[in-house]
Design a protein around this ligand. Structure first.
Ligand SMILES: [Zn+2]
Length: 340
């Protein structure tokens, strides 16, 4: 396999690392980056690095029970040896890869169900497994802070950064919000990158991938129209979420997302009382929580406001179905907040 010709901005990835913003993760990332910079052996040869990764995998006990079950494989009709081995960081991206590649791909989800992608880092043994993939589909926008480490164990790994060309949102004007996939319009761009990545690897099936991509783009577009319609007549387009995962979604439909977690940490009482006042003023009756986060703060707020808690999972594996569900729930919460 030759050098990657696929879009991957190594420099930009570094740049993005400085701007990642998700509550509670920045300190961890900075610590990890510092550690990584000390470890980064730019002058070592790849073989040596691979050996050291293998060795550390062996030493750390690669089949320890704590290791998350990372591989979620898909088995369709094509013979397994012919399939393109694709690794995707999160389940929604893996779902898009399956939609385009269908029976010609074998997809591994890197961040296992229930894990928090902002702090998740592959174990050494998973790094080795991932380095054997034919194609890696990144979310980008700073989510994969460990990507350089993976590339050290396989300099030839083909990588698609699906965030290229997507207009990134900053929180407080400085930190990149990585939750790009929670916008159907962004997903359309991500699917195009996935299609070109697969077509580059398997040019004989290019038409097949393009047809699947176009089918999927039509579904994305139809759902986008549907959600657009459902938000067009809400009276109070404001919703309360746990952490700011839905910024791109909110932008698409001109909604206002109010996160409970701010400044990368649990909020102080002053901010919380402001949120409660605003929620009362807007008659907000729902607080959206996520399975990856401790719901304690949200529970306190919900009790204070006599609001109900509804779980939205940004990482659910059936992407379209999950977006439809999220759209319906968010719109529903706004319909029941009619002022009066
Ligand atoms: Zn997040």
């Amino acid at each position: 396999m030759g050098k990657s010709s696929l879009p991957f901005r190594r420099k930009d990835l570094y740049h993005a690392l400085g701007r990642v913003r998700c509550p509670g993760i920045k300190k961890i990332l900075n610590a990890k980056m510092k550690e990584r910079c000390h470890r980064m052996p730019g002058y070592f040869d790849l073989k040596l690095i691979l050996i050291s990764v293998l060795l550390s995998a062996a030493l750390s006990g690669c089949i320890s029970p704590e290791e998350p079950p990372a591989a979620v494989s898909q088995n369709d009709s094509a013979s397994p040896s012919d399939r393109i081995k694709v690794a995707a960081t999160i389940a929604p991206l893996a779902d898009m890869v399956k939609a385009v590649g269908k029976d010609r791909v074998d997809v591994t989800v890197v961040v296992p169900p229930g894990a928090e992608p902002h702090t998740f880092e592959p174990t050494p043994s998973l790094m080795v497994k991932l380095s054997q993939a034919d194609l890696y589909v990144m979310n980008g926008a700073g989510l994969e802070f460990w990507m350089d480490q993976l590339l050290q164990s396989n300099g030839n790994l083909k990588v698609v950064d699906s965030s290229l060309g997507i207009e990134l949102l900053q929180e407080d004007g400085k930190e990149t919000n990585p939750h790009i996939w929670l916008s159907l319009r962004n997903a359309a761009i991500q699917v195009k990158y996935i299609c070109s990545g697969l077509s580059d690897l398997d040019p004989d099936s290019r038409d097949y991938y393009i047809q699947n991509r176009d089918d999927y783009l039509r579904k994305l577009h139809a759902l986008d129209e549907e959600l657009n319609g459902s938000f067009s007549n809400v009276s109070t387009p404001v919703f309360l979420v746990h952490h700011p995962a839905w910024s791109y979604f909110a932008r698409d439909y001109s909604l206002q997302q109010i996160p409970l977690l701010v400044e990368e940490k649990e909020p102080g009482p002053r901010y919380l009382s402001q949120v409660i006042d605003l929620a009362r003023e807007k008659n907000i009756t729902t607080v959206f929580v996520e399975p990856q986060f401790n719901p304690k703060t949200a529970e306190v707020i919900a009790r204070e406001m006599s609001a109900r808690l509804i779980s939205l999972d940004p990482l659910a594996p059936d992407y379209l179905e999950n977006m439809r569900y999220a759209g319906r729930e968010i719109a529903q919460s706004m319909l029941s907040t009619a002022p009066g």
